[in-house]
Ligand binder design. Sequence first.
Ligand code: C2E
Ligand code: MG
Ligand code: MG
Length: 747
Amino acid sequence: MDEDFLEFIEGDPAVAPAAAATAREPWRILVVDDDPDVHESTAFGLRGLDIEGRALHLIHAHSAADALDVLRREPDIAVVLLDVVMETDNAGLATISAIRGELGLLNMRIILRTGQPGQAPEMDTIRRYDINDYKTKSELTRTKLYTTLTTAIRSYDQLARMDASRQGLEKIVTASNQFIAESGLQTFAEGVITQMAGLVGIAPEGLVCASDTLAAPDAPPRYVVIAAAGQLAHLMQRGIAEIEDPYIVASLTQCLSERRNLQTAHSVTLFFQGRDSGKGGNFAAFVYSAAALRPVDMHLMQVFCTNIALCAANVGLVNRLRGHAFVDQMLGLPNRTALVQCIDDTLRSSDGVARALGLMDVDQFAETNDMFGHVYGDLLLAAIARRLADLHAGDCLLARVAGDTFALFGDAAWVNPDVLRAVFEQPFEIEGVQRPVSICMGFAYCDASSTSGLDLLKNTSIALKRAKEAGQGRSAYYSAEVGVATRERTRLLHGLQHAFDQQHLFLVYQPQLSLRTGLPMGVEVLLRWRTEDGRFVPPDHFIPVAEQSGLIVAIGAWVLRTALQAQSQLRAQGITHIRLAVNVSSVQLAQPQFLAMLDDALGHSGVPPSCLELEITESVAVMGMERVASLLHEIKSRGIAVAIDDFGTGFSSLSYLDRLPADRLKIDRAFVNSMDSGRSGARIAEMIVPLGHQLGMLVLAEGVETEAQAALLRGMGCDEAQGYLYAKPMPLEQLLPWLAQRLGGGV
Ligand code: C2E
Ligand code: MG
Ligand code: MG
């Protein structure tokens, strides 16, 4: 230690201010000596003195064994004044070895005192055991004793502080790591209290106040208790002003407004600076402490504050990320997840209010986006969101669940077509231009039919889909029947998609014969789906689903390729003049790539186009007759034949027929079926046959099951027939011998 300081002290050691010593714990000093006089003189020599503002408390031991007993009981002794020779010559040295070794008291300072200089231990021993000083008893005058003790105590204090800091820092590091992993602000804040208390060895009685902007960055700052422990636990979630204890209120208010740590004899209040102070995020922690903190502890708290403020920023970040999960970032509205959660919460607390969910979807939004750009689209959505928000519909929740789909959930008095339709009556002003907006709406009541938020949202989406199918500006309510049908369709679609991917779809072939010669002329290709459990799903069920979903495009292309392969096989067997009729959905025809797909399939198969016929139905009329006509011309110009399937059942009239360049007209089997008894079927067939002929088409009758039907049709001049009377649809392996046999030598 520095000599100057020793010199300075030596003058008058008794000047240390005694008053200050009262507040702090005295230094504990153990005097070990077998000579009672030494105890007495030491006590006398140190009487009334204090060191570093703290009094001295002497503990007396009269043997080495006695000393060890005391040390085991009282570990926080600062200095041991130790006699070398007691029960044995080296009793003192043995005690030192026990203190440093067995007891592990490394900070405690040791001053050896000997009767005579000859009893001094080796230098090596002094170093090894970290002995602070070595004096002969005669050397230790009152002043010398005081200075020696002062040096030892300062050194002890230094070591103890370093130890505390090290432990404290270790705790902070562990805590910080924990806090980063913890996502909840409350868990974090509770940790702060425990940590503060732990660092300075006080009971965790305290609370943490944070501006609630930590959770919602843009709200005006209001400080609330986010964690509270011990006797203060009941203050959770209260605003500062609502805390009854004026002392705590004053401490927190001062700490937060002066933005600094405060300490009094009763408490510590720490200020934590948020990383982004402009947006709030500051917080304060108040902890009761029975006595004022030592400077070393305050220093520790300072380090703690800096560290923890960083952790708080992380926690804030995690919270904001969570916010992103619930808030639509573009419009700042609750998103789909938030809506579902809100409905779930409402379902749990049934209060008898009739609630509904409404979905509003902007008609032709994609087109608007394409035409005017995304910025314009965003402006439009924002304007719609504003107007819906301005509705102030009770405590309804407004959310954005998809690009152009808004949701309103709450009291059915607000959530209904009348109220919401009115919102869209006036045009919206976008970039200074008035723009009318049409929307489709779907509604579902929050009743027993929906057991969860997701369920209700799904049902409402079904209603919305219904509304959209009905046309622009329409709305629809969900009903259980609609729900069942829609779910069935969805199930069917998934099954079909899977079957297609797994190559569980296959084709069968049904011959078409000349009614005049009885010879096979063509073969219709029909799609089959056998499910994994061996059930057949009729095409009448799954084709419409495939059409609605667009899956028919891929499936149809596969059917065409596979049919052309079959045609190559027929040709390889020498069967060259059989026409293959493939059903084509109007959804496929409407595809811009349809002709390219057709050319590609034909090109790859090497089959001449004249061996292919495409069966289309009257439903192609929805594409617009101009387009259909020009497409059929394109097809025919390639040498491919066209048949009009299911003729007579379509909703359209016969008037367009002369504009369709078709080769064959297929009378629907419904008419053929009702022909026998001379009912209306026969009359319709009688009309269709000459009509087809007048337009230059051949006429084929579908679903011929009896000889009588065949005879009637033949009598009407019908050219061809297809039906169970001749053959059921069959796999290619059966078709080949069937054809070979029928064609006989006439191949
Ligand atoms: P479609 O084109 O009118 O096919 C004729 C349907 O009548 C076939 O039913 C066939 O099995 C059935 N049929 C044939 N002869 C008789 C008979 O004597 N009596 C009775 N009761 N029925 C007979 P299937 O195979 O169930 O096909 C139903 C419809 O599914 C087809 O009607 C067609 O519109 C559609 N379809 C089948 N395969 C495909 C395909 O590959 N693509 C497309 N787009 N549609 C297909
Ligand atoms: Mg057909
Ligand atoms: Mg048909």
